[in-house]
Design a protein around this ligand. Structure first.
Ligand code: CUK
Ligand code: CUA
Length: 675
């Protein structure tokens, strides 16, 4: 950079910082601002910039993302954690990792899946009943969905799917803990179908790869079209607990296409939903011994169009009550009924589509075709007209009417190679990720939505990403009123962005400033994600979350009520009943009561531990050597273990959380006398 320009720009930067400090001092009334304008501040910044080789741009970006010590981020990102099976909580704009929420995979810090009843119960309940005896201890989290009221995130719950299996988890956003995993009936896998309806009546999840029906049966791939099916599952949300209630849920049978990304209608399109698909060719691969010429990727990419499923879910919920057939514990509407009742239509979508995103007004649905440089934008009003006029170009092989493409398409915008997912601002712009073109394209939507004087369906600008972006997200992006400030690009590759740590590279989250939707988009920061490959994320205003500080004394975190096993200080006891030893233990800084447990080899041990503290952050752990047990007992929490004392010996148990100066002394003995 030209040195004179550099100094000039740096000077402007210093003035800006000085100005901010002055404003801070004026508002705050204290004089912590110290250096004030000019003088030493100027010289300090100059010296730092010189020493670290930072440009004025770098310094500006640092300020844009900076959250001073002790202050909170204004936004919280709820991110999928990919193969970790967990969910990440990240502050925006600082991009600081705040928590890894244990979801589908045992997580030791929170004692999830290491003997304590909370994690063990949730993980066990999430095992599918078909095939019998399945025990899953991991998931591949892809698509989070924060609960909504009136089309706005309401901060009550978050749901996330498991891509590897047909499962979903419910996370309680009062304590950021997973409270339920549901194995979705009649779905072997799941993917991008996860969204909530605008008032959180249902959380939707659909299958990814079809499976032989009825669930649990076997059919060779030669019977793919006849025997394999996909499913659109509408899981009823209990408004008191956020849990899914299968009794009031329903499903819709779908053809054996690969149902992909999906989104809920809102406002004008409320009551409807849209599910993209690929492989309407119904290809099954067959390279190798099967002797077929094409891999799945080629077989599934033959047709110029796949189908967007258009579903009237509000009507389907009614139809399910009378015409739903109980199928593995849930009411199922079969394809024929769905067609007869006008619940299900198809729309052609070009060239191996991936994303399917509804704009904040609910009017436009944007689809990216992975093998097409265009995004295709459908108009819900035109869809309604076409349905009313029965403007069909035919039916698919399952008898589902296909709406005339030209009648429902509102516009196409050539954005670049490999368009995937789209997010929105409130100004009538869509932002589409382009995996192949390595960037994000910003374009305008159609009439009534564009708030600027830009022409509709026009490419406005692009910004490069590093590298090969998958999803992207805007703050409050899936609501009816996105904020127009932050966007994050979720990149799959990071080859040269971070110090090397071997062949496996982190994912790269890039924070981008949208400038009120007015642009130009500006890259602020890179953040590595080194524990799995996130897919989708959502960003919610932090003040919409109402996380609790403490559990009430003796809380069972699964019910959020007082546990039947809770005790208060002074009520600790040990009871023996035959070969069962039951212990009611308290944990407080810096001891357990009782701190010596004596049992005999082979005894059943029922251990109830209550953290009797009511001090914020006074968490204790509990782990026993050689028993593979670990719990995190947050203040007020009661946790239960039940196990067989099958390893004779004198075993140390200890607190795993550094809770006090005498934390190391917070320990005891578990004495298992040999028989
Ligand atoms: S998918 Cu990963 S980039 Cu699971 Cu939403 Cu598109
Ligand atoms: Cu309690 Cu360390």
């Amino acid at each position: 950079m030209n040195r004179r320009f550099y100094l000039k720009a740096l000077g402007a930067m210093v003035l800006l910082v000085g100005g901010l400090l002055a404003i801070g001092a004026a508002c705050g009334g204290d004089d912590k601002g110290g250096t004030g304008n000019g003088g030493s501040g100027n010289a300090d910044l100059d010296a730092i910039a010189q020493e670290r080789g930072l440009t004025p741009e770098d310094m500006k970006h640092a300020l844009q993302a900076y959250v001073p010590p002790g202050q909170y981020d204004p936004y919280i990102m709820i991110a999928s954690g990919g193969q970790s099976g967990q969910v990440l909580v990240i502050g925006v704009p600082s991009m600081r990792l705040l928590k890894v929420i244990a979801a589908f995979t045992p997580e030791p810090w929170q004692g999830y899946g290491y003997g304590a009843d909370w994690g063990n119960t949730v993980l066990a309940e999430g095992n599918p009943s078909i095939p019998e005896g399945t025990e899953l201890t991991w998931g591949d989290t892809h698509h989070p969905a924060i609960s909504e009221t009136g089309g706005e995130y309401d901060g009550r719950w978050a749901y996330i799917n498991d891509r590897a299996n047909g499962r979903m988890a419910m996370i309680d956003l009062t304590d950021f803990r997973t409270k339920q995993i549901v194995a979705v009936p009649n779905a072997e896998t799941s993917h991008g179908g996860m969204f909530v309806t605008p008032d959180s009546e249902y959380v939707h999840i659909s299958s990814k790869f079809p499976m032989p029906w009825p669930a649990g049966s076997y059919a060779d791939l030669s019977e793919y079209q006849e025997k394999y099916r996909g499913v659109s599952a509408w899981m009823k949300i209990d408004q008191a607990t956020g849990r899914v209630n299968l009794d009031d849920s329903f499903e819709i049978e779908l053809p054996p296409y690969n149902q992909d990304l999906a989104d809920s209608g809102k406002l004008v399109s409320a009551g409807w939903a849209f599910i993209g698909s690929w492989n309407t060719e119904m290809a099954t691969g067959g390279l190798g011994p099967d002797g077929k010429p094409n891999p799945l990727e080629a077989g599934a990419s033959q047709n110029n169009f796949d189908y967007l499923h258009v579903i009237n879910w509000e009507k389907a919920a009614e139809v399910a009550k009378t015409k739903g057939v109980d199928t593995n514990g849930v009411k199922m509407i079969n394809i024929q009924t769905a067609v007869e009742e006008g619940l299900l239509y198809l729309i052609p979508e070009p060239k191996s589509p991936h994303g399917a995103d509804v704009d904040p007004s609910g009017r436009y649905i944007v689809v990216g075709g992975k093998l097409d440089p265009n995004v295709t934008i459908y108009d819900f009003n035109k869809i309604q007209d076409a349905i009313a006029a029965e403007d069909f170009e035919g039916t698919d092989s399952f008898g589902i009417p296909i709406l005339n493409f030209d009648s429902v398409m509102a516009g196409q915008v050539e954005v670049g190679a490999g368009p995937l997912h789209t997010q929105f601002d409130s100004q009538g712009h869509g932002y589409t990720s382009m995996f192949l073109a390595n960037g994000i394209a910003k374009f305008t939507l159609g009439e009534d939505v564009v708030k600027t004087d830009e022409a509709p369906f026009t490419l406005i600008e692009t910004i490069p990403t590093n590298y090969n972006i998958g999803h992207l997200v805007t703050a409050e992006g899936d609501t009816v009123s996105p904020d127009d400030n932050y966007m994050v690009a979720l990149n799959k590759w990071s080859i040269d962005r971070y110090a090397p740590q071997g062949p496996l590279h982190p994912q790269n989250f890039q924070l981008i400033d949208l400038k009120g939707g007015k642009g130009p988009m500006e890259l602020i920061s890179d953040t590595p994600i080194g524990l799995g490959e996130p897919h989708y994320v959502q960003i919610i205003k932090a003040d919409k979350l109402h996380a609790i500080d403490l559990y009430k004394p003796g809380t069972d975190v699964l019910t959020m009520q007082r546990s039947e096993f809770a005790i208060d200080a002074g009520q600790e006891k040990v009871e023996r009943n035959g070969t069962t030893v039951e212990v009611w233990m308290s944990a407080t800084r810096s001891h357990y009561t009782p701190d010596i447990l004596r049992v005999k080899e082979g005894d059943t041990v029922k251990l109830h531990i209550t953290n009797t503290e009511q001090t914020r952050d006074a968490t204790h752990g509990f782990a026993i050597a050689n028993y593979n047990m670990q719990a995190s007992l947050d203040p007020g929490e009661t946790s239960n273990f039940e196990f067989i004392a099958d390893k004779p010996g004198a075993w140390n148990f200890y607190c795993t959380e550094f809770c006090s100066a005498l934390h190391l002394e917070m320990a005891g003995w578990f004495l298992v006398e040999p028989q």
